[in-house]
Design a protein. Sequence first.
Length: 613
Amino acid sequence: MMDKNDPQARKPLISYIILAVMVILLLNTFVFPALLARQVKEVGYSDFLSWVDTGRVSEVSLEQSGDQIIFLATDENGKEQIYKTAVFPDDGLRARLEAAGVRFSAQIPTRNSPLLSFIVSWVLPIALFSLLGRALMGQMNKRMGGGMNVMNFGKSNAKIVADRETGVTFADVAGEEEAKDALKEIVDFLEHPDKYAGIGAKLPKGALLVGPPGTGKTLLAKAVAGEAKVPFFSISGSEFVEMFVGMGAAKVRDLFKQANEKAPCIVFIDEIDTIGKKRDTGAGIGGNDEREQTLNQLLTEMDGFDGQKGVVILAATNRPESLDPALLRPGRFDRRIPVELPDLAGRKAILNVHAKHIKLGPSIDMTEIARATSGASGAELANIVNEAALRAVRMGRSEVLQEDLMESVETVIAGYQRKNAVLSEQEKKIVSYHEIGHALVAAMQSHSAPVTKITIIPRTSGALGYTMQVDEGDHYLMSREELLSKLATLTGGQAAEQLVFGSITTGASNDIEKATKLARGMITRYGMSEFGMVALETVNGQYLGQDASLACSPAYAEKIDDQVVALVGQARAKADQILKQNESKLHELAAYLLQKETITGEEFMRILEGKGE
Ligand code: ADP
Ligand code: MG
Ligand code: ZN
C-alpha cells in the first residue's frame, strides 16, 4: 500500500505518468500511423485487374483523394491482405467488379481491427514504459541503498544473510573467557534444545554483548553460530534506518519471520544502539518516528516469539548506557555479556592467534609485546601483528622479528616514524630535555611505572618524542599516590624546558590535556579532594572514552576549576623540585639521548644510577 502522506513517494510517480502519456500521444500522432501504413503492399494495376478476375479480391475502396485504390485480397498463401494500387483511367472497372461479385465503395476498408490498433498504440507503449520505469527504479534503489521502490512500498527488501557456516569458532577468539563461557550455554541450547525443554527451562531470548570497540563482539557472535552450526542472520542496526517511515519496522518483521522459519538459528543485531536509543530523549519536531517505530516493532517481535523454538537473539553495542530500558527488561535482552579490553594474558593469547597466520622468526617474545600494549583492543593487536608483517616485507625479510613487532607497537600507538621530518639541532635538544624531564620525574617517585624507552624520533601523529612507561602487571585500581606521581610525571616535560632554557614551548600541549583530565577526574569522580565522595561529573559512553559532563551547580563548577588548577600546580612544583635536585643527571641523560635518539629503560637506569656507560 502506498502512504499518501508521503510526498516523496508520490512525486516521482506522478511526473512519471505525465511523461508516459505525453510520449504515447506523440507516438500515436506520428509514428504508429506510418507503421500501419507500411503494412499495405502496393501492386500494379494490371495485377489488380487479374486478381479481380480470378476472384482473389473481395473488397475494393477508392480513396478519398481519388488517385489510389485500396483493396482486400488473398495472397499466395490464401491469407487476406490489404493492397493498394494507383488509379489508372479505366471506365470498365465498375462493371468488372460487379461481374466478379466484389463489394466496392469509396472509403478505406477498415481492415485494421480496432482491438489491434488499440493494442499497438496504447497497451504496448504502456507495457514498455512500465518495464523501463522498473529498470530505472531498480537502479535508483541500488544507488540509494534500497527502500525506494514505489511498486512494493511497505514490503521490506531486507537482504538478510543467513550464513550456515560462519567459519568462525571459539578457537578464533582469544581471551574473553567469561564471555565465551556465557555464550557456550547458548550454543548448548541450540544443539540440544530438548534437554532444556525436558526440564522446563527457558533460555534467555536475547543476550547483549557490551564492550569497547574492537574487543571482538562481532567475532564472538559469529563464533556462536559457527560452534552451534546453525544459520546466522546478521544485520546491523543502521540497516534498519530507512528512507520511509515504516520500512525499518517492516524489516524487523521480515527478519523475525525468516528466523522463525529457519529455527534453530541466531539473529545477530550489530550496533543495536542505532535503533535502540532511549525513546524519550530530545523529542524535537518530527522526532525520530522511524527509529521509534522500528524499536517498537523489535520489542513486539521479541515478546511474540516462542523461546523454546530455538531462536536466539544476540546484539552488540558499545554504548549500553544509551539503550532504551525496555530492551533490557527480562524476556528481552536480559542477559548482558561484558566483552572487556583484554588483560595481559588475553593480549598475549590474541597476539598468538593472529601470529599463527604469519611467519615468525626465532626468539619472539610475545609477552614483551603484550606488556607494552596495555589498553590495546583485540582489533589493535591484530593490526599490530599485521603491521609487523608488513614491516618485515618492507625490510626485505622473509620472517617477522621481535623488532618488527616492537616497532609496530609504536606505529599503532604513536603513528609512523617520520623519517624525513627534520628537526633543527636546537629543537632536538629541547625535545631531549623534555622527554628526560618526564622520565626523570617518573623514576624519582616511588609510585610510578618504570621507564622502558625514550625516543626523540618524531611520529606522524605529531609527537616529537615520547617516553614509554610499562607496568609489570595489569592495573585495575590506581591509588591516589599513583595518580599524583603520574600527574607530576606529565608536568615533568615542561618543567625541564623551563629549568634548562628559561622558557617553554608548545611541545607540552598533549601533556597538559592529559594532566587536566586526570586532575579533574580525581576531584569530580574519584572522591580524591576536599569535596569528598560526591559525584560531580557523570561519564557518558564509558566504552568510547567520551568526556564526562558536569553534574553540579555552577557554584561548584567554579570551585572544581580552582581545585584542578591547584592540583596541577602542586604536581608541577614537585616536578620542578625533583629536576632541580637532579640537574646534573638531567644534563647527562639529555645529552646521551640527543646523541642516541632512542634509549632503552636499562640504559636510562644505568646512567641514572651512575654506573657509567
Ligand atoms: P567489535 O565488534 O567488538 O568492535 P570485532 O569483533 O569486529 O570487534 O573485532 C575486530 C577484529 O579484531 C576481529 O576481526 C579480530 O581480527 C580482532 N579481534 C578482536 N578481538 C579479538 C579476540 N578476542 N581474539 C582474536 N581476535 C580478535
Ligand atoms: Mg562490531
Ligand atoms: Zn611531554
